[in-house]
Design a protein around this ligand. Structure first.
Ligand code: NAD
Length: 474
């Protein structure tokens, strides 16, 4: 049985009041002070690196290489970017007035206030720290609630945060859904949630009671399309990697594949040969370099999706090995999957890949657009016209062509979903803006009169306004 993080024994309402009270102190921090704090966080991550790697391994057998690249390097890059660019991002922007020509107009960026960050378990370190970076950059103070499903990581996060921040600046609250439910009742100034669309709705409903703004980083069924011009070897490696890294427990994993029928057999054969290279040692399968499914509930959920698809007529074209003792699932390809199978009704979030065929790109568009708006969209093609057509006639939070997930790691791009896959964007400057209130300021000189605000009596003023604003250009 996997453990869950124990509930922090504190009164969350008292804790919240404490943070609210000290928010003005952090709002006043200079850019230099915020950069120093981020540097301190960067050093704390580096000095606790090995503990983070061990915790990820303890929680779901995540190989150190994957943890280093996907959980530690990314937040370090994001901190570096924020430290380099924060002075620029945070600068007030003077704009030229379009209506009140005598005024001076500018936009200043102030913190949202006291922010609640709720993290998921699938990248439990990265996705707790990553939203914290723009939150600090923008001058907020934060209650951070990591996922209870990965308790070792949650404990290291707490240690790193306590080593870096005053307890009224950033506080970690550990624990179960019941403590998150208590936190969600409080009138935070912003909630940054990463998790499933199902819990995203609970968060948004709770936030609505206080009119708290939200960023929701959710998931969905991200389509992956291979056309006849694709470099198939590279496409197979990259797509199957998306089902093997983190054992496919990635919000951005390719969820299902669309490929012309004549390429399908080659795709499956190549998968088989790459799987042998990756996971076959000394004459037997060796899953050391494959993460575990995070817990029994998720293992059984995935087994259930597989069994249901097979019972409804799907073919196991490759894989289909489930090791319950190790909680490992061999990357698996299913063909002939009927659309009413449960695997096509929800985000898979594991190493199972349903494959469908298409005849032309219109088929692809119709197929993809029958589902909710996805988080990511992948096109493997060397034909720019095909790429443009497929992007233009669909929607998603982001797109990578000829690879997977790179648009998320490229911090110059906004990252997030659209509707069911998320609300709001972050990374780089987009994260700074998401966690800031862009406050528009108009400095009106006393000597100017704004005609539209003239007091009564209104005699003759309709004519004056009509002349000023409604007369036809000469
Ligand atoms: P989850 O929604 O089950 O849990 C996320 C967080 O919500 C956890 O901290 C959990 O404690 C809390 N939570 C769970 N149930 C709750 C409830 N009833 N009330 C209040 N809080 C509750 O998600 P997960 O299983 O941790 O992560 C997987 C999901 O997250 C997938 O859908 C995946 O696509 C999505 N995800 C999205 C992104 C992204 O960046 N868009 C990144 C990672 C994961």
């Amino acid at each position: 049985m996997s453990q869950i993080a124990q509930d922090t024994q504190i009164d969350v309402s008292e804790l919240f009041q404490k943070l609210k009270k000290s928010q003005s102190k952090y709002k006043r921090t200079t850019i230099e002070e915020r950069i120093n704090t981020l540097r301190k966080l960067q050093m704390a991550i580096v000095s606790h690196k090995d503990e983070v790697l061990d915790a990820l391994f303890a929680d779901f057998g995540k190989p150190h290489y994957e943890s280093l690249t996907s959980e530690i390097l990314s937040p370090l890059n994001e901190i570096e970017d924020a430290c380099k660019n924060l002075s620029e991002w945070a600068k007030s922007t003077e704009v030229s007035p379009q209506v009140f020509k005598d005024a001076k107009t500018e936009i200043i960026y102030e913190p949202k206030g006291t922010v609640l960050i709720i993290g998921p378990w699938n990248f439990p370190f990265y996705l707790s720290i990553s939203p914290l970076i723009p939150a600090i950059a923008a001058g907020n103070n934060v209650v951070l609630k990591p996922s209870e499903i990965t308790p070792h990581v949650s404990a290291v996060i707490k240690k790193i945060i306590e080593a870096t921040f005053e307890d009224d600046y950033v506080t970690v609250v550990e624990g179960s859904v019941s403590i998150t439910t208590e936190l969600l009742k409080l009138a935070f100034d912003h909630i940054f949630f990463t998790g499933s669309p199902k819990v995203g709705k609970i968060v948004m409903e709770a936030a609505a009671k206080n009119l708290t703004s939200v960023t929701l980083e959710l998931g969905g069924k991200s389509p992956t399309i291979v056309d006849e011009t694709a470099d198939l070897d590279k496409a197979v490696v990259r797509i199957i990697r998306g089902k093997a890294i983190n054992a496919g427990q990635i919000c951005l994993a390719p969820d299902y594949l669309l490929i012309p029928k004549e390429l399908q057999d080659a795709f499956i054969e190549k998968t088989e040969s790459f799987m042998k290279e990756w996971f076959f040692k000394d004459g037997k399968w060796d899953y050391t370099d494959l993460s575990q499914i995070v817990n029994e509930a998720n293992f059984h959920r995935l087994k259930g999706l597989f069994d249901d698809a097979v019972a409804k007529g799907a073919t196991v074209a490759y894989g289909g090995i489930f090791n319950e003792t190790l909680r490992k699932i061999h990357p698996t390809i299913l063909t002939n999957v009927p659309l009413d199978a449960k695997i096509m009704q929800e985000e898979i979030f594991g190493p199972l890949l349903p494959v469908f065929n298409y005849e032309n790109l219109e088929d692809v568009i119709a197929f993809v657009n029958q589902f909710d708006k996805p988080l990511a969209y992948y096109v493997f093609s060397q034909n720019q016209e095909n790429i443009d057509f497929l992007i233009k006639n669909s929607t998603s939070g982001g797109v990578t062509t000829n690879d997977i997930m790179l648009h998320c790691a490229e911090i110059s791009l906004p990252f997030g979903g659209v509707n069911t896959s998320g609300i709001g964007k972050y990374h780089g400057v987009f994260g700074f803006l998401e966690l800031s209130n862009a406050r528009g300021i108009l400095y009106q000189p006393f000597e100017s009169e704004a005609l539209v605000l003239d007091p009564p009596p209104y005699t003759g003023k309709v004519e004056a306004v009509t002349k000023a604003f409604f007369s036809q250009p000469e």
